[in-house]
Structure formats: C-alpha cells, structure tokens
Design a protein around this ligand. Structure first.
Ligand SMILES: Nc1ncnc2c1ncn2[C@@H]1O[C@H](COP(=O)(O)OP(=O)(O)OP(=O)(O)O)[C@@H](O)[C@H]1O
Ligand SMILES: [Mg+2]
Length: 358
C-alpha cells in the first residue's frame, strides 16, 4: 500500500484503541502526526504529566494495532509527557527516574563525538574517524544520533531505507565497511520531524537497541550540537567508553566545546580528548598552509582543561567534496594527507585504549 493509504489505515486502527477516561486514540488530541515511510511508521502520544502509566496499555495496544496494518514496516510508538505539572515543586522531582545504563547487545564499546556548537564538523569527524578505526582492523558502526539534522546518509552515500527483519529489528546499512543507522534513511527528502524531548529519547533508544549490529568492537555516535535531550539521554541509556570533542579554533566554538566537556564530565563520561577541525587552511592551488583561524586554540583549551589533544584536521576542499559525494576522504583517498590526519587521531585513541581493539 502507498504510504498515505497506510497512514489512513493506521488512523482507523487507532480508532479501535481505547484510552483512559473514555474515547479512542484516533480522536485523541495528544496523538501526533503519523509518519509513514516505506520502512517505518512513527507517531507519539502525548499525555498529561503523571498519566504515562495509565496510558501504558493504550500505547501497547496502539503498537499492536499499527503492526497489523504496517505491512512489515517498523513501528515506533512513543509515549510522552513533556510538561512538568504546574504544582511540581522542583524540576528534579519531575525528572524520570534514572534509566539503568545497559550495554547494547553486540557492541563492545561506544564512543560519542560531540561539540558544543553546530557546524564544526562533528559528522565529518565521526564518519572519517569511524573509517580510520575500521582501517585499524576494528569492526565499526556509526549511529547518527542527530535526529534533528541527520547527515550520515549523505556522508556515507546511503540509499534507501534500512531493512527491517521479521521480528522488527533493523538491519543496518553497510557502507565503506561500516554498519550505519540513521533516522535520516527513514525519512523522505525534506521531511522534517519535530521531535519533542521524550520522543527523541525513545527514537534514539530504538535505533540503538533494536538494530542488529552484528558484533562491533566500536560504535561511533554522531551527536547533534549542544548539550540537549539527546546527549543526556544517550549518557543515561548506555555506558560510554568515552567522548571525542570537536571544535574549530575560534574562541566561540571553544567556549561551547568547554560547555559540552563540562556536561559530559558531570555525567562521568570519560573525555578522550579534543580534535581541532578546520585547524588551518591548505590552498587548493598552491598547497600553501594558512593559519587563518587562529590555529592552536583547541590544543591550548585541551591543555587548560587537562585533557588530551588528539590532533588537528585541516580545512580542505577535498574533505567537503568527498563528504558531499558520499565518499568520505578516509575511504576514497586512504593514502592522502587528510586520511593520515584522521588515522593519527584514531591511532592516538587506540594507544590509550588498546581494549577497543578486537
Ligand atoms: N576539515 C574540513 N574541511 C573542509 N570542510 C569541512 C571540514 N570539516 C567539515 N567540513 C564541512 O563543513 C560543513 C559542516 O560539517 P559537519 O556537517 O560535519 O558539521 P557538524 O558539526 O556535524 O554540523 P551540525 O552541527 O549541523 O551537525 C560540511 O559542509 C562539511 O563538509
Ligand atoms: Mg552533524
């Protein structure tokens, strides 16, 4: 069935799901848009704070009813209560109880790549670093946790939706020797999803735990910018082997990087170190090097924070062009100087963490 038809079928199926207080889910004001792609169906049910438990059976029934009409699509139903009740005394009191940090089946170590600021090259670094680890002989996967602006499908040239197994588990894409999962592969071009906090948390959990990773030494997680819901939910959900912080040399980026470091440090995530991206410019015509961005800022910031400095990546057209073409530079030109820069960073992480190796 076409996606629109399935969407209508889901809606009628939900009409048969009773909700607390009477009525059915299809008519319920807290039902989000129903997103249907050829591989997945997603929607959220938002309820008044404190009503999560009461709505639990409706969520389960909604999941089952939707699966009946899903024609093999993966169904993601999230239940959210994202406003604190007005009477709540302290925000801390309304926070959900801490989730047990449980390892993900089939993954030995999880490494997050973050920054405080957007656009500094986290995704570029995540992908190329993942490839550099793979070149060292590790089995590596990449998870695009940037639900708001997924870029891994473009960077790795992923096409189509991930396969979904009979039991509803995703089979990740495979690209350049990496296993890759991104919400971006499940959306059509220009389809924006407005994730509210708890919905993002539950989508992240599903991408992470309902994927057949098939035995990885290392999963690299590409985080969205900042220190928001997704970062917090990741550190609450899984034990992280560490985080790599990416910054450009500019002061503002470095200030934001320090905020990200601070947040991770407070949640006891080990910071593996800082990477300076767009560290210096190499002129494409002459090959001359220019330190136009105040190169060295991240190294100084790392020293000031007593953190390892992992290395610098130049600003070069080839990095942008290969990324745009879905052929990241470490895979497309493994012998080149750009690949060497990423491999040096991977090597320095592995020198500190030989346990990441198989
Ligand atoms: N070293 C580099 N040399 C040239 N271009 C780069 C380099 N690093 C990143 N870019 C380019 O800069 C842009 C932003 O990079 P990227 O998407 O990796 O950043 P990000 O931090 O993940 O962004 P966001 O915060 O939006 O997730 C992209 O167009 C990318 O190709
Ligand atoms: Mg990104």
């Amino acid at each position: 069935m076409a996606n629109e038809t399935v969407s209508a079928a889901v809606k009628s199926a939900l009409a048969g799901v009773e909700i607390p207080g009477g009525g059915n889910l299809a008519d319920y004001g807290g039902l989000s848009d129903i997103i249907v792609t050829s591989g997945a169906i997603a929607f959220a049910i938002s309820v008044a704070p404190g009503m999560e438990a009461a709505f639990g059976p409706a969520r389960t029934a909604a999941q089952a009813a939707t699966e009946q009409v899903a024609e093999g699509r993966k169904v993601m139903v999230s239940l959210t209560a994202d406003r604190a009740p007005p009477s709540a005394a302290k925000p801390a009191a309304t926070r959900p109880p801490p989730v047990q940090r449980e390892p993900v089946k089939g993954i030995r170590h999880i490494l997050a790549v973050g920054s405080g600021k957007g656009g500094v090259g986290k995704s570029t670094v995540s992908v190329n670093l993942a490839l550099a680890f793979a070149a060292e002989g590790l089995k590596v996967g990449i998870l695009d946790a940037d639900l708001y602006g997924p870029s891994i499908p473009r960077l790795l040239g992923l096409e189509g939706q991930p396969a979904v197994r009979e039991d509803g588990i995703f089979s990740p894409h495979e690209a350049h020797g990496l296993k890759a999962v991104s919400i971006g592969s499940m959306l059509t071009a220009n389809q924006a999803v407005v994730w509210r906090g708890p919905m993002a948390t539950s989508a992240l959990r599903q991408l992470l735990r309902e994927t057949d990773w098939g035995g990885l030494d290392l999963l690299v997680v590409d985080l969205p910018p900042g220190t928001g819901d997704i970062q917090i939910s990741l550190v609450q959900q899984v034990p992280l082997a560490g985080a790599v912080i990416v910054s450009t040399p500019q002061d503002l980026a470095l200030i934001d990087a320090c905020k990200a470091i601070d947040m991770l440090a407070r949640t006891n995530v080990p910071i593996l170190g800082l990477v300076e991206n767009m560290s210096y410019f190499i002129a494409p015509d002459t090959g001359a090097r220019y330190d136009i961005f105040g190169h060295g800022g991240a190294k100084a910031a790392a020293a000031a924070q007593n953190l390892p400095f992992l290395g610098e990546i130049p600003l070069v057209m080839s990095i942008r062009e290969t990324s745009d073409a879905g052929k990241p530079v470490v895979a497309s030109n493994p012998g080149g100087p750009e690949a060497a820069a990423f491999r040096a960073i991977a090597a320095s992480i592995l020198a500190e963490h030989p346990d990441f190796r198989p």
